[in-house]
Write a protein of this length. Structure first.
Length: 408
């Protein structure tokens, strides 16, 4: 078996793993870092099959590129497939608006969708001489760990979360010989999620009781929906804006992916969906606004910040991972961000709450021990070496982008 990372080995994002296993070749993900301009993986190398872990842009943003010269099977859950479409179409629109090189077009997206084979959790599919089986990764609805079997059992986690959240049930280990695992939070553990949620709710209430508004920048996929579930038992007026509304409607069609469809529907019914620019002025009449983008690099949230930036009573509460170079990271590090090319310093309170959907250090270690592989390959992390001491009993590999290595 030969493995080559075209991206996502030593950094968070743009994951693309090429694997040759005898006569079979396949790719896991082909994502893009949403930088300015977007950062793609190394040039795509044709394969026979593509396995997709989940619909976040840093795992699927470049997939249409893979279908420009050759047709190949693409395997993913139906929830992932449905969630990808608005993400890719929006990416195409942004490329044109921002003047970035158009790495793919609508025809490439169409070619990709013609090659799809959907699966549900527990399903196995034949891919040449390989058997691929889908398991929940606990990260976002539809997120998948793929176990790919030939002579060995290889498990690729994609993004992994092993604890239960309001939205999802955590991932369970699957016995395998080789494990390719993300390491976003190597060296760092998360505070207890229930404690963080209670502190967030307390602070939201304090801000609102003091006459302020709360902005919750949120990823459209997963985080928007979880925040609405967290807010659903609070006596507050909540508005939700951006692509998260589209994804929430998609999630309504996939009850088998959510921890509780009834609680999910109840949370959706309590929030006011903002669906047009004309509705945005009225959104400011609400106590809390949940809006994309989660890293403050675009979307309606920037408009709300402009409206509220001089209000010292109002707050921006950030709940998601902020990639280096994004507006969200800039705001956390310096108190400033860029809006329409101008650096601004909001007077609003800015606070960070860790609601990550990535496993923390100790959970990663426990997951490895429960999978019990012979070889562990760590990727998708900037501090992978932090796991070395705790995983010293395994054949541990820390690959670099572009370097092909062999596992016997």
């Amino acid at each position: 078996m030969k493995i080559k990372f075209l991206g996502g080995a030593e950094e968070v994002g743009r994951l693309a793993i090429k694997i040759n296993d005898g006569p079979d070749s396949y790719m896991v993900d082909y994502g893009v870092i949403p930088d300015k301009p977007p950062q793609y993986p190394m040039p795509f190398e044709p394969v026979d099959h593509i396995f997709v872990t989940h619909a976040h842009f840093d795992h699927v943003g470049g997939l249409p590129v893979c279908f420009q010269s050759k047709a190949q099977n693409l395997f993913a859950t139906d929830m992932t497939i449905n969630s990808m479409m608005p993400i890719l179409n929006d990416s195409l629109k942004i490329m044109r608006l921002e003047g970035y090189p158009e790495r793919f077009n609508a025809d490439d997206i169409s070619s990709m969708y013609d090659s799809i084979r959907t699966v549900t959790y527990g399903d196995s599919v034949e891919a040449g001489n390989l058997i691929g089986t889908a398991y929940s990764a606990g990260h976002i609805p539809g997120s998948t760990m793929w176990q790919i079997e030939n002579h060995n059992r290889l498990l690729v986690t994609g993004d992994l979360y092993t604890r239960d959240s309001n939205l999802l049930t955590g991932a369970k280990p699957v016995k395998s010989d080789i494990l390719i695992m993300e390491s976003t939070y190597a060296g760092k553990n998360h505070e207890d999620r229930k404690v963080v949620i209670q502190r967030l709710k307390n602070r939201i209430k304090e801000v609102v009781d003091n006459g302020g508004k709360v902005l919750l920048p949120a990823f459209a996929i997963g985080r928007t929906q979880e925040l609405l579930m967290i807010l659903s038992d609070m006596d507050l007026n909540v508005a939700v804006d951006g692509m998260g509304n589209t994804l929430s409607n998609i999630y309504m069609t996939g009850p088998n992916y959510l921890r509780s469809m009834s609680e999910f529907k109840r949370s959706q019914g309590r929030a006011r969906q903002i669906r047009s620019r004309n509705m945005r002025k009225g959104a400011l009449d609400n106590d809390v606004i949940v809006s994309t983008s989660g890293m403050l690099d675009g979307g309606p949230v920037l408009g709300y910040i402009q409206e509220l930036m001089n209000d010292e009573k109002s707050a921006i509460f950030i709940t998601g991972y902020q990639v280096e170079g994004t507006n969200g990271r800039l705001l956390l590090d310096t108190g400033t961000l860029n809006i329409a090319g101008v650096a601004v310093k909001p007077s609003m309170m800015v606070e960070k709450y860790d609601l990550s959907a990535h496993a923390g250090h100790d959970d990663l270690v426990s997951f490895v021990k429960d999978v019990d592989p012979d070889t562990v390959i760590l990727c998708h992390g900037e501090h992978r070496e932090e796991l070395q001491d705790d995983l010293s009993e395994y054949n541990l590999i820390l690959p670099m982008n572009g370097h092909e290595f062999e596992i016997n």
